[in-house]
Design a protein around this ligand. Structure first.
Ligand code: FES
Length: 528
Protein backbone atom coordinates (compact mmCIF):
# COMPACT_ATOMS: atom_id res chain seq x y z
CA UNK A 1 0.00 0.00 0.00
CA UNK A 2 1.30 3.45 -0.86
CA UNK A 3 0.32 5.94 1.81
CA UNK A 4 0.16 9.66 1.08
CA UNK A 5 -0.69 12.66 3.17
CA UNK A 6 -1.69 16.16 2.17
CA UNK A 7 1.77 17.65 2.62
CA UNK A 8 3.57 14.91 0.69
CA UNK A 9 1.33 14.29 -2.26
CA UNK A 10 4.13 13.42 -4.63
CA UNK A 11 5.91 10.99 -2.35
CA UNK A 12 4.04 8.08 -0.82
CA UNK A 13 5.32 5.77 1.92
CA UNK A 14 5.22 2.10 1.01
CA UNK A 15 3.84 -0.15 3.75
CA UNK A 16 3.18 -3.85 3.66
CA UNK A 17 -0.01 -5.33 5.00
CA UNK A 18 -0.52 -8.95 5.89
CA UNK A 19 -3.32 -10.85 4.21
CA UNK A 20 -6.61 -10.20 5.98
CA UNK A 21 -5.22 -7.31 8.05
CA UNK A 22 -7.04 -4.00 7.97
CA UNK A 23 -5.45 -0.75 6.90
CA UNK A 24 -5.48 0.78 10.39
CA UNK A 25 -3.49 -2.16 11.81
CA UNK A 26 -1.08 -1.88 8.90
CA UNK A 27 -0.56 1.83 9.53
CA UNK A 28 0.06 1.21 13.24
CA UNK A 29 2.61 -1.49 12.51
CA UNK A 30 4.38 0.83 10.11
CA UNK A 31 4.58 3.42 12.90
CA UNK A 32 2.12 5.82 11.25
CA UNK A 33 0.12 7.00 14.26
CA UNK A 34 -3.61 7.41 13.82
CA UNK A 35 -5.63 8.72 16.75
CA UNK A 36 -8.81 6.68 17.09
CA UNK A 37 -11.57 7.12 19.59
CA UNK A 38 -13.20 3.74 19.26
CA UNK A 39 -10.02 1.67 19.07
CA UNK A 40 -10.75 0.48 15.53
CA UNK A 41 -14.25 -0.94 15.76
CA UNK A 42 -15.91 1.34 13.22
CA UNK A 43 -17.76 3.57 15.67
CA UNK A 44 -15.96 6.92 15.75
CA UNK A 45 -15.25 7.68 12.09
CA UNK A 46 -11.85 9.19 12.93
CA UNK A 47 -9.76 6.89 10.75
CA UNK A 48 -10.96 8.31 7.43
CA UNK A 49 -8.85 7.73 4.35
CA UNK A 50 -9.40 8.31 0.65
CA UNK A 51 -8.61 5.67 -1.93
CA UNK A 52 -6.55 7.22 -4.73
CA UNK A 53 -5.94 4.09 -6.74
CA UNK A 54 -6.82 0.39 -6.46
CA UNK A 55 -9.79 -1.26 -4.80
CA UNK A 56 -11.23 -1.29 -1.27
CA UNK A 57 -14.62 -2.84 -0.62
CA UNK A 58 -17.26 -0.58 0.91
CA UNK A 59 -18.08 -1.77 4.42
CA UNK A 60 -21.36 -1.42 6.31
CA UNK A 61 -19.70 1.12 8.59
CA UNK A 62 -18.51 3.15 5.57
CA UNK A 63 -22.15 3.56 4.57
CA UNK A 64 -22.95 5.05 7.96
CA UNK A 65 -20.22 7.66 7.81
CA UNK A 66 -20.08 8.63 4.13
CA UNK A 67 -22.61 9.85 1.58
CA UNK A 68 -22.82 7.98 -1.73
CA UNK A 69 -20.89 10.84 -3.39
CA UNK A 70 -18.11 10.48 -0.82
CA UNK A 71 -18.03 6.71 -1.23
CA UNK A 72 -17.70 7.23 -4.97
CA UNK A 73 -14.77 9.57 -4.38
CA UNK A 74 -13.10 6.75 -2.42
CA UNK A 75 -13.73 7.70 1.20
CA UNK A 76 -13.34 4.73 3.57
CA UNK A 77 -12.69 3.94 7.24
CA UNK A 78 -9.16 2.55 7.61
CA UNK A 79 -10.23 0.20 10.42
CA UNK A 80 -12.73 -1.50 8.13
CA UNK A 81 -10.71 -1.44 4.92
CA UNK A 82 -9.04 -4.75 4.11
CA UNK A 83 -6.86 -4.38 1.00
CA UNK A 84 -6.63 -7.37 -1.29
CA UNK A 85 -4.19 -5.88 -3.74
CA UNK A 86 -1.79 -2.99 -4.14
CA UNK A 87 -3.46 0.39 -3.68
CA UNK A 88 -2.78 4.05 -2.97
CA UNK A 89 -4.48 5.83 -0.11
CA UNK A 90 -4.51 9.37 1.22
CA UNK A 91 -4.62 9.89 5.00
CA UNK A 92 -7.26 12.43 5.91
CA UNK A 93 -6.59 12.71 9.63
CA UNK A 94 -4.88 15.87 10.82
CA UNK A 95 -1.61 14.91 12.46
CA UNK A 96 -1.17 16.23 15.96
CA UNK A 97 2.04 17.99 16.68
CA UNK A 98 4.25 17.80 19.70
CA UNK A 99 5.30 21.13 21.03
CA UNK A 100 7.86 22.44 23.46
CA UNK A 101 8.10 25.71 25.26
CA UNK A 102 11.39 26.72 26.81
CA UNK A 103 10.63 29.39 29.35
CA UNK A 104 12.57 31.63 31.70
CA UNK A 105 15.69 30.51 29.97
CA UNK A 106 18.41 32.94 29.05
CA UNK A 107 22.01 32.35 28.28
CA UNK A 108 24.16 32.11 31.38
CA UNK A 109 26.13 35.33 31.82
CA UNK A 110 29.89 35.15 32.34
CA UNK A 111 29.71 37.15 35.56
CA UNK A 112 27.19 35.23 37.55
CA UNK A 113 27.64 31.48 37.33
CA UNK A 114 24.97 30.76 39.91
CA UNK A 115 22.31 32.76 38.17
CA UNK A 116 20.59 29.59 37.05
CA UNK A 117 19.65 26.36 38.67
CA UNK A 118 22.03 23.51 38.18
CA UNK A 119 19.70 20.92 39.69
CA UNK A 120 16.32 20.04 38.32
CA UNK A 121 13.16 18.13 39.05
CA UNK A 122 10.63 16.88 36.49
CA UNK A 123 6.85 16.66 36.77
CA UNK A 124 4.93 14.45 34.32
CA UNK A 125 1.21 14.14 33.67
CA UNK A 126 0.31 10.95 31.81
CA UNK A 127 -3.07 11.71 30.31
CA UNK A 128 -5.04 9.18 28.30
CA UNK A 129 -4.77 11.56 25.34
CA UNK A 130 -1.74 13.77 26.01
CA UNK A 131 1.51 13.64 27.97
CA UNK A 132 2.94 16.79 29.53
CA UNK A 133 6.48 17.07 30.86
CA UNK A 134 7.86 19.96 32.88
CA UNK A 135 11.44 20.71 33.89
CA UNK A 136 11.70 22.90 36.98
CA UNK A 137 14.74 24.43 38.73
CA UNK A 138 15.25 22.81 42.12
CA UNK A 139 16.43 26.00 43.79
CA UNK A 140 14.47 28.69 42.00
CA UNK A 141 11.27 26.66 41.38
CA UNK A 142 11.26 28.24 37.94
CA UNK A 143 9.65 26.34 35.07
CA UNK A 144 12.48 25.93 32.56
CA UNK A 145 10.90 23.81 29.86
CA UNK A 146 7.45 22.36 29.16
CA UNK A 147 6.92 19.69 26.55
CA UNK A 148 3.60 18.28 25.34
CA UNK A 149 3.34 15.07 23.35
CA UNK A 150 0.73 12.61 22.20
CA UNK A 151 0.10 9.42 24.16
CA UNK A 152 0.73 6.91 21.38
CA UNK A 153 -1.47 4.34 23.10
CA UNK A 154 -4.27 6.30 21.44
CA UNK A 155 -3.91 4.00 18.47
CA UNK A 156 -5.76 1.55 20.72
CA UNK A 157 -8.71 3.86 21.46
CA UNK A 158 -9.41 7.18 23.12
CA UNK A 159 -10.62 6.17 26.54
CA UNK A 160 -9.38 3.97 29.36
CA UNK A 161 -12.01 1.31 28.63
CA UNK A 162 -10.61 0.62 25.16
CA UNK A 163 -7.05 0.51 26.56
CA UNK A 164 -8.10 -1.97 29.26
CA UNK A 165 -9.81 -4.06 26.58
CA UNK A 166 -6.72 -3.98 24.36
CA UNK A 167 -4.47 -4.94 27.29
CA UNK A 168 -6.74 -7.85 28.17
CA UNK A 169 -6.74 -9.00 24.54
CA UNK A 170 -3.01 -9.64 24.49
CA UNK A 171 -1.69 -6.11 23.91
CA UNK A 172 -0.42 -5.59 27.49
CA UNK A 173 3.29 -5.71 26.69
CA UNK A 174 2.84 -3.56 23.59
CA UNK A 175 0.94 -0.86 25.50
CA UNK A 176 3.59 -0.88 28.23
CA UNK A 177 6.35 -0.54 25.65
CA UNK A 178 4.58 2.37 23.96
CA UNK A 179 4.10 4.43 27.11
CA UNK A 180 7.65 3.78 28.36
CA UNK A 181 9.02 4.82 24.98
CA UNK A 182 6.82 7.96 25.02
CA UNK A 183 8.19 8.83 28.49
CA UNK A 184 11.79 8.33 27.40
CA UNK A 185 11.29 10.54 24.36
CA UNK A 186 9.54 13.21 26.41
CA UNK A 187 12.26 13.33 29.05
CA UNK A 188 14.96 13.44 26.36
CA UNK A 189 13.13 16.25 24.60
CA UNK A 190 12.83 18.14 27.88
CA UNK A 191 16.59 17.92 28.37
CA UNK A 192 17.46 18.46 24.71
CA UNK A 193 19.01 21.86 25.34
CA UNK A 194 22.60 21.11 26.31
CA UNK A 195 22.49 23.58 29.19
CA UNK A 196 20.30 21.05 31.00
CA UNK A 197 22.53 18.23 32.21
CA UNK A 198 20.94 14.80 32.54
CA UNK A 199 22.96 13.96 35.65
CA UNK A 200 21.48 17.01 37.39
CA UNK A 201 17.92 15.73 37.33
CA UNK A 202 17.25 14.79 40.95
CA UNK A 203 13.71 13.46 41.01
CA UNK A 204 10.63 12.92 38.88
CA UNK A 205 6.97 12.78 39.99
CA UNK A 206 4.17 11.35 37.88
CA UNK A 207 0.41 12.03 38.07
CA UNK A 208 -1.67 9.54 36.08
CA UNK A 209 -5.00 7.75 36.21
CA UNK A 210 -5.07 4.20 37.54
CA UNK A 211 -5.25 2.56 34.10
CA UNK A 212 -2.27 4.56 32.82
CA UNK A 213 -0.27 3.49 35.91
CA UNK A 214 -1.19 -0.16 35.33
CA UNK A 215 -0.11 0.01 31.69
CA UNK A 216 3.12 1.80 32.59
CA UNK A 217 3.98 -0.74 35.28
CA UNK A 218 2.95 -3.66 33.04
CA UNK A 219 0.34 -4.77 35.60
CA UNK A 220 -2.54 -6.90 34.41
CA UNK A 221 -5.65 -4.82 33.65
CA UNK A 222 -8.02 -7.76 33.99
CA UNK A 223 -9.44 -6.73 37.36
CA UNK A 224 -9.84 -3.10 36.19
CA UNK A 225 -12.36 -4.15 33.56
CA UNK A 226 -14.81 -6.12 35.71
CA UNK A 227 -16.72 -5.81 38.95
CA UNK A 228 -15.59 -5.07 41.68
CA UNK A 229 -12.91 -3.20 39.65
CA UNK A 230 -10.03 -3.91 42.02
CA UNK A 231 -6.71 -2.36 41.00
CA UNK A 232 -3.49 -4.39 41.27
CA UNK A 233 -1.75 -1.52 43.06
CA UNK A 234 -2.72 2.09 43.76
CA UNK A 235 -0.14 2.90 46.43
CA UNK A 236 2.75 5.29 45.86
CA UNK A 237 5.34 3.65 43.59
CA UNK A 238 9.00 4.53 43.97
CA UNK A 239 11.37 3.44 41.26
CA UNK A 240 14.04 5.10 39.13
CA UNK A 241 14.81 6.04 35.54
CA UNK A 242 17.13 3.12 34.96
CA UNK A 243 14.80 0.45 36.33
CA UNK A 244 11.58 1.76 34.80
CA UNK A 245 12.71 3.35 31.56
CA UNK A 246 16.15 1.87 31.00
CA UNK A 247 17.70 5.35 31.00
CA UNK A 248 21.18 4.69 32.34
CA UNK A 249 22.35 8.30 32.23
CA UNK A 250 19.62 9.70 34.49
CA UNK A 251 19.94 8.71 38.13
CA UNK A 252 16.71 10.35 39.27
CA UNK A 253 14.15 8.62 41.44
CA UNK A 254 10.64 8.35 39.96
CA UNK A 255 7.63 8.70 42.26
CA UNK A 256 4.23 7.70 40.90
CA UNK A 257 1.47 9.31 42.93
CA UNK A 258 -1.06 7.04 44.63
CA UNK A 259 -4.76 6.89 43.81
CA UNK A 260 -8.00 6.31 45.68
CA UNK A 261 -9.50 3.63 43.44
CA UNK A 262 -9.63 2.29 39.91
CA UNK A 263 -11.71 5.32 38.94
CA UNK A 264 -10.08 8.05 41.02
CA UNK A 265 -6.37 7.89 40.31
CA UNK A 266 -3.14 9.68 41.07
CA UNK A 267 -3.96 12.45 38.59
CA UNK A 268 -6.95 13.50 40.71
CA UNK A 269 -5.08 13.11 44.02
CA UNK A 270 -2.38 15.32 42.54
CA UNK A 271 -4.95 18.04 41.75
CA UNK A 272 -6.57 17.79 45.19
CA UNK A 273 -3.15 18.10 46.82
CA UNK A 274 -2.31 21.13 44.65
CA UNK A 275 -5.55 22.84 45.72
CA UNK A 276 -5.10 22.10 49.43
CA UNK A 277 -7.94 19.66 50.05
CA UNK A 278 -5.82 18.17 52.89
CA UNK A 279 -6.02 21.36 54.95
CA UNK A 280 -9.21 23.21 53.97
CA UNK A 281 -11.91 23.82 56.56
CA UNK A 282 -14.35 25.02 53.90
CA UNK A 283 -15.89 22.58 51.45
CA UNK A 284 -14.86 22.88 47.80
CA UNK A 285 -15.61 21.07 44.57
CA UNK A 286 -13.04 19.72 42.13
CA UNK A 287 -14.06 18.60 38.62
CA UNK A 288 -11.69 17.11 36.07
CA UNK A 289 -13.13 16.75 32.59
CA UNK A 290 -11.39 14.60 30.05
CA UNK A 291 -12.49 11.32 28.54
CA UNK A 292 -13.91 10.64 32.00
CA UNK A 293 -15.38 13.18 34.36
CA UNK A 294 -14.06 12.89 37.91
CA UNK A 295 -15.86 14.90 40.57
CA UNK A 296 -14.80 15.50 44.17
CA UNK A 297 -16.53 17.38 47.00
CA UNK A 298 -14.61 17.77 50.21
CA UNK A 299 -12.57 19.44 52.88
CA UNK A 300 -9.82 18.32 55.26
CA UNK A 301 -12.16 16.03 57.22
CA UNK A 302 -14.15 14.35 54.50
CA UNK A 303 -13.83 13.76 50.78
CA UNK A 304 -16.50 12.25 48.53
CA UNK A 305 -15.56 11.39 44.98
CA UNK A 306 -17.01 9.80 41.90
CA UNK A 307 -16.29 9.21 38.26
CA UNK A 308 -18.70 9.42 35.34
CA UNK A 309 -18.20 7.81 31.99
CA UNK A 310 -18.77 11.15 30.27
CA UNK A 311 -17.39 9.88 26.98
CA UNK A 312 -14.83 11.74 24.95
CA UNK A 313 -17.15 14.57 23.76
CA UNK A 314 -15.23 17.06 25.92
CA UNK A 315 -12.11 16.15 23.98
CA UNK A 316 -13.79 16.33 20.57
CA UNK A 317 -14.37 12.56 20.43
CA UNK A 318 -17.50 11.01 18.86
CA UNK A 319 -18.27 14.43 17.37
CA UNK A 320 -18.62 14.25 13.57
CA UNK A 321 -16.02 16.94 12.84
CA UNK A 322 -14.32 16.65 16.26
CA UNK A 323 -10.52 16.78 16.63
CA UNK A 324 -8.10 16.95 19.57
CA UNK A 325 -6.52 20.22 20.64
CA UNK A 326 -4.51 20.63 17.46
CA UNK A 327 -3.63 23.72 15.47
CA UNK A 328 -6.69 24.81 13.52
CA UNK A 329 -9.22 23.25 15.92
CA UNK A 330 -12.24 25.51 16.39
CA UNK A 331 -12.13 26.57 20.03
CA UNK A 332 -14.32 29.69 20.29
CA UNK A 333 -17.66 30.26 18.65
CA UNK A 334 -19.97 33.27 18.78
CA UNK A 335 -23.22 33.53 16.90
CA UNK A 336 -23.75 37.25 16.30
CA UNK A 337 -26.26 39.28 14.31
CA UNK A 338 -23.68 39.55 11.56
CA UNK A 339 -23.18 35.80 11.44
CA UNK A 340 -20.81 33.28 12.86
CA UNK A 341 -17.59 34.37 14.55
CA UNK A 342 -15.12 31.50 14.87
CA UNK A 343 -11.61 31.31 16.32
CA UNK A 344 -9.23 28.41 15.95
CA UNK A 345 -6.19 27.28 17.93
CA UNK A 346 -3.16 29.10 16.56
CA UNK A 347 -5.48 31.11 14.26
CA UNK A 348 -4.87 28.45 11.62
CA UNK A 349 -7.41 27.43 8.95
CA UNK A 350 -10.14 25.31 10.55
CA UNK A 351 -9.60 21.54 10.65
CA UNK A 352 -12.42 20.51 12.99
CA UNK A 353 -13.74 21.31 16.44
CA UNK A 354 -12.11 20.55 19.84
CA UNK A 355 -13.86 19.94 23.19
CA UNK A 356 -13.98 23.62 24.13
CA UNK A 357 -15.47 24.43 20.73
CA UNK A 358 -18.12 21.76 21.27
CA UNK A 359 -19.26 23.39 24.53
CA UNK A 360 -19.15 26.81 22.86
CA UNK A 361 -21.16 25.94 19.76
CA UNK A 362 -23.89 24.17 21.73
CA UNK A 363 -24.10 27.04 24.20
CA UNK A 364 -24.36 29.53 21.33
CA UNK A 365 -27.02 27.47 19.53
CA UNK A 366 -29.05 27.34 22.75
CA UNK A 367 -28.62 31.07 23.37
CA UNK A 368 -29.58 31.91 19.79
CA UNK A 369 -32.71 29.75 20.08
CA UNK A 370 -31.52 27.39 17.34
CA UNK A 371 -31.67 24.44 19.70
CA UNK A 372 -34.76 23.92 21.88
CA UNK A 373 -34.78 22.85 25.52
CA UNK A 374 -34.81 19.17 24.57
CA UNK A 375 -31.71 19.61 22.42
CA UNK A 376 -33.52 19.54 19.08
CA UNK A 377 -31.85 21.53 16.32
CA UNK A 378 -34.03 23.95 14.36
CA UNK A 379 -35.62 22.33 11.30
CA UNK A 380 -33.47 24.28 8.77
CA UNK A 381 -30.35 22.60 10.17
CA UNK A 382 -31.82 19.29 11.30
CA UNK A 383 -30.75 17.24 8.31
CA UNK A 384 -27.29 18.56 7.50
CA UNK A 385 -26.30 20.13 10.81
CA UNK A 386 -25.34 23.71 11.66
CA UNK A 387 -22.65 24.93 9.22
CA UNK A 388 -19.29 25.92 10.71
CA UNK A 389 -17.62 26.60 7.36
CA UNK A 390 -15.26 24.20 5.67
CA UNK A 391 -11.80 22.80 6.27
CA UNK A 392 -8.63 23.01 4.18
CA UNK A 393 -9.79 20.21 1.92
CA UNK A 394 -13.04 22.11 1.40
CA UNK A 395 -15.00 19.50 3.26
CA UNK A 396 -17.98 20.96 5.06
CA UNK A 397 -17.72 21.21 8.83
CA UNK A 398 -21.23 20.76 10.17
CA UNK A 399 -22.29 20.43 13.79
CA UNK A 400 -25.01 17.81 13.67
CA UNK A 401 -28.01 16.75 15.73
CA UNK A 402 -26.06 13.66 16.77
CA UNK A 403 -23.20 15.87 18.00
CA UNK A 404 -25.62 17.81 20.20
CA UNK A 405 -26.87 14.52 21.64
CA UNK A 406 -23.29 13.43 22.44
CA UNK A 407 -22.72 16.64 24.34
CA UNK A 408 -26.07 16.31 26.13
CA UNK A 409 -25.20 12.79 27.33
CA UNK A 410 -21.79 13.90 28.55
CA UNK A 411 -22.92 17.06 30.32
CA UNK A 412 -25.92 15.34 31.91
CA UNK A 413 -23.67 12.62 33.36
CA UNK A 414 -21.24 15.15 34.84
CA UNK A 415 -23.97 17.40 36.18
CA UNK A 416 -25.85 14.47 37.73
CA UNK A 417 -22.57 13.45 39.39
CA UNK A 418 -22.13 16.95 40.86
CA UNK A 419 -25.70 17.03 42.20
CA UNK A 420 -25.42 13.58 43.81
CA UNK A 421 -22.13 14.34 45.52
CA UNK A 422 -23.47 17.63 46.93
CA UNK A 423 -26.56 15.85 48.19
CA UNK A 424 -24.65 12.98 49.80
CA UNK A 425 -22.20 15.41 51.36
CA UNK A 426 -25.14 17.40 52.72
CA UNK A 427 -24.16 20.80 51.35
CA UNK A 428 -26.03 23.41 49.33
CA UNK A 429 -24.56 25.32 46.37
CA UNK A 430 -24.12 28.35 48.64
CA UNK A 431 -22.03 26.39 51.16
CA UNK A 432 -19.40 25.60 48.55
CA UNK A 433 -16.34 27.78 48.85
CA UNK A 434 -14.56 27.24 45.54
CA UNK A 435 -15.07 25.20 42.40
CA UNK A 436 -11.93 24.05 40.58
CA UNK A 437 -12.45 23.06 36.98
CA UNK A 438 -9.47 21.08 35.76
CA UNK A 439 -8.63 19.15 32.67
CA UNK A 440 -8.44 18.68 29.05
CA UNK A 441 -11.04 20.43 26.97
CA UNK A 442 -8.18 21.21 24.66
CA UNK A 443 -8.47 24.91 25.27
CA UNK A 444 -9.52 27.25 28.03
CA UNK A 445 -13.25 27.09 28.49
CA UNK A 446 -15.60 30.04 28.80
CA UNK A 447 -17.18 29.34 32.17
CA UNK A 448 -20.39 31.24 31.36
CA UNK A 449 -20.93 28.99 28.36
CA UNK A 450 -20.32 25.87 30.45
CA UNK A 451 -23.00 27.13 32.85
CA UNK A 452 -25.40 28.00 30.05
CA UNK A 453 -25.47 24.43 28.76
CA UNK A 454 -26.05 23.22 32.33
CA UNK A 455 -22.69 21.49 32.76
CA UNK A 456 -22.22 23.48 35.98
CA UNK A 457 -24.85 24.97 38.31
CA UNK A 458 -25.56 28.65 37.61
CA UNK A 459 -25.42 29.22 41.38
CA UNK A 460 -21.65 28.58 41.18
CA UNK A 461 -21.22 31.78 39.11
CA UNK A 462 -18.24 33.81 40.28
CA UNK A 463 -16.63 31.02 42.33
CA UNK A 464 -15.36 28.81 39.52
CA UNK A 465 -11.67 28.72 38.74
CA UNK A 466 -10.41 27.02 35.56
CA UNK A 467 -7.12 25.47 36.72
CA UNK A 468 -5.86 23.67 33.61
CA UNK A 469 -3.56 20.70 34.14
CA UNK A 470 -3.71 20.25 37.92
CA UNK A 471 -2.26 16.74 37.72
CA UNK A 472 1.00 18.17 36.39
CA UNK A 473 0.99 21.12 38.81
CA UNK A 474 0.47 18.78 41.80
CA UNK A 475 3.22 16.41 40.64
CA UNK A 476 5.71 19.29 40.43
CA UNK A 477 4.63 20.66 43.82
CA UNK A 478 5.09 17.20 45.35
CA UNK A 479 8.82 17.39 44.64
CA UNK A 480 9.22 20.60 46.66
CA UNK A 481 7.29 19.48 49.70
CA UNK A 482 8.83 16.98 52.13
CA UNK A 483 5.43 16.40 53.71
CA UNK A 484 3.58 15.87 50.43
CA UNK A 485 3.36 12.11 50.96
CA UNK A 486 1.78 12.56 54.41
CA UNK A 487 -0.68 15.15 53.15
CA UNK A 488 -1.75 12.86 50.33
CA UNK A 489 -2.15 9.89 52.69
CA UNK A 490 -4.36 12.05 54.88
CA UNK A 491 -6.67 12.79 51.95
CA UNK A 492 -6.81 9.13 50.92
CA UNK A 493 -7.73 8.19 54.52
CA UNK A 494 -10.79 10.44 54.56
CA UNK A 495 -11.86 9.74 50.96
CA UNK A 496 -14.93 7.73 50.07
CA UNK A 497 -15.99 6.79 46.58
CA UNK A 498 -19.61 6.86 45.46
CA UNK A 499 -20.81 4.70 42.62
CA UNK A 500 -23.24 6.64 40.45
CA UNK A 501 -24.61 3.54 38.79
CA UNK A 502 -25.85 2.32 42.16
CA UNK A 503 -27.27 5.67 43.24
CA UNK A 504 -31.08 5.84 43.33
CA UNK A 505 -31.18 9.48 42.24
CA UNK A 506 -28.83 9.20 39.31
CA UNK A 507 -31.38 8.47 36.57
CA UNK A 508 -33.66 11.26 37.63
CA UNK A 509 -30.87 13.83 37.69
CA UNK A 510 -29.46 12.49 34.45
CA UNK A 511 -32.76 12.94 32.62
CA UNK A 512 -33.32 16.36 34.18
CA UNK A 513 -29.92 17.73 33.15
CA UNK A 514 -30.12 16.36 29.65
CA UNK A 515 -32.45 19.31 29.04
CA UNK A 516 -31.31 22.87 28.38
CA UNK A 517 -34.34 24.79 29.55
CA UNK A 518 -33.71 24.81 33.32
CA UNK A 519 -30.14 25.87 32.78
CA UNK A 520 -31.03 28.87 30.60
CA UNK A 521 -33.60 30.16 33.07
CA UNK A 522 -31.17 29.81 36.00
CA UNK A 523 -28.37 31.58 34.13
CA UNK A 524 -30.71 34.45 33.43
CA UNK A 525 -31.75 34.70 37.09
CA UNK A 526 -28.13 34.62 38.26
CA UNK A 527 -26.85 37.14 35.74
CA UNK A 528 -29.75 39.45 36.50
FE1 FES B 1 -12.16 3.51 12.53
FE2 FES B 1 -13.01 4.45 14.91
S1 FES B 1 -14.10 4.20 13.08
S2 FES B 1 -11.03 3.86 14.32
Amino acid sequence: IYVYNETQMNQGTLIEIKKGQNLLEGLRQAGIAQATYCGGVGLCGKCKICLLDGKLEISMEDRKFFSSAELKKGYRLACKAVPVDECKVLLLQEQEQEFSIISHYEKKSEKNEFEYDNEYVIGIDIGTTTLVFQLVGKNTKKVLHTHTAMNHQRDFGADVISRIKASNEGKKEQLCKIIRSDLRKGIQELLSNKEFKKENVKSIAVGANTTMVHLLMNYSCESLGEYPFTPVNISTIRTDCRALLGMEDIKAEIIILPGISTFIGGDIISGLYKYNFYKMDETSVFIDLGTNGEIVVGNKNRILCTSTAAGPAFEGGYISCGVGSIQGAICNVDITKEGLDIRTIGNKPAVGICGTGVVEIVSELVRAGLVDETGLLESTYFKEGYPLGSDRQRRKLNFTQKDIRELQLAKAAVRAGIEILLKRFGVTYEQIDKIYLAGGFGYKIDIKKAILIGLLPAEFCGRIQAVGNSSLAGAVEYLFDEEAGLKIDKMIDVAEEISLSKDDDFNEYYMQYMMFETCCRKVKENTD
